[in-house]
Design a binder for this molecule. Sequence first.
Ligand SMILES: Cc1cc2nc3c(=O)[nH]c(=O)nc-3n(C[C@H](O)[C@H](O)[C@H](O)COP(=O)(O)OP(=O)(O)OC[C@H]3O[C@@H](n4cnc5c(N)ncnc54)[C@H](O)[C@@H]3O)c2cc1C
Length: 421
Amino acid sequence: MTHSDTDVIIAGGGLAGATLALALARVAPALRVTVVEAFPLSADALPESYQPSYDARSTALAWGSRLVFEELGLWSRLSEHATPIRHIHVSDRGRFGATRLAASEYGQEALGYVVDNRWMGLCLMRELLDTGTQWHAPAEVTGMEPCQHGVSVAVRTGDDTRTITGQCLIVADGGRSGLREKLGFQPRHHGYEQNALIANVSTSDSHQFTAFERFTDTGPMALLPHGSPSRAGRQSALVWTLSDKELGEVLEMSDGDKCQRLQERFGWRLGRFTRIGECNHYPLKLTTVDEPVRPGVALVGNAAHALHPVAGQGFNLALRGLMTLAEQFRLAAEQGLSPGDFHILRRYHELHSPDWKQTVQFSDSLIRIFGKSPAPVAVARDAGLVGLDLLPGAKRLFARKAMGTGGRRAVINGPAASGKI
Ligand SMILES: Cc1cc2nc3c(=O)[nH]c(=O)nc-3n(C[C@H](O)[C@H](O)[C@H](O)COP(=O)(O)OP(=O)(O)OC[C@H]3O[C@@H](n4cnc5c(N)ncnc54)[C@H](O)[C@@H]3O)c2cc1C
């Protein structure tokens, strides 16, 4: 059928690229998949060698993402170092509204889980080793041209550049995607004029498996239960939104002063803040691409949409999209069609698009309503939280977003349909 070197070339082996490679190995095993990743792979970087670190960066996986990882055969390993979120507490500093979600209300053991990014990466790599996926790392995709068989992709390794031909290129090179612009996609950016400061913190009280989302006059913050059981539930992962000015001040502070500022902003629900680890920070913006597919090319993960991290939706949304893409590639393979066929890629986008739009809108409106302080907005904030708690419909909608169960669930075995999780 084809004389290309491979079928699907994935540019970027981060969380999105590696998950797609695994999904294709499971769902459409006839496809040849090649991943090109800029960072070197370390031969001894396997789950067996994993040592949790205090400063590890983590991701909140929604309940729906757990179901996806179960289907991919990854959950039993991932769950070895996953901290369950059994409750979510949403509050507004200085206002009386608050809302609470409990997993037990939905008959589940958790609303979601917090998992270290490194652990997720190691588990994905461990599974991928047993598939036929080809890896080029460290290597970079530097360009792409359409060709007779689909796409001809330039791959640079050190000073050497070679060409790999495939039927399609999946761009998974992250939020600062250079390829997206190079290939002529037009991203739309909306700056929030805020930064996310990320750090792990220790508290005198146990989190009791509760995630806190707190909206303050200077921006939202999230504290997610994190860390090994040996830390007795006294460690949380912090996402703290700060203006440029306040970020500058906080970064200059001693750890003790940072804990004190945090205490003022967050309050005493977790007792006293006793330690703050390494602080990393990112400017916050919403980036989306209206048309993320072209003949032979699709953008996925942060290359397609980068969201405000406080709502914890970015990777969860990406994962649902990756499963829909894998589902469409399976159907294409069954019908003898190329995965780069524009109808296949466009169908993927049509199916994923409603979830994408709703999730972007949900994250963005949460920040626009709860992240600002002018009087009318403040009233809406009070009304919003009170409404969430009192109106079962509104609360259920919020819960579905938090649990990642509102979007389309890809059918990875049997005929494709647009079922809900
Ligand atoms: C502070 C923060 C907190 C977050 N928290 C959450 C959360 O709690 N829940 C959630 O669902 N989401 C969260 N997100 C979003 C989530 O982290 C992203 O959705 C996810 O990391 C996207 O992964 P990705 O693979 O698209 O991009 P990346 O992780 O950036 O991976 C891109 C990969 O591409 C490689 N690469 C780059 N250029 C090239 C090239 N030219 N050729 C080959 N390889 C290349 C890079 O080396 C990298 O490995 C958060 C994001 C931030 C910033």
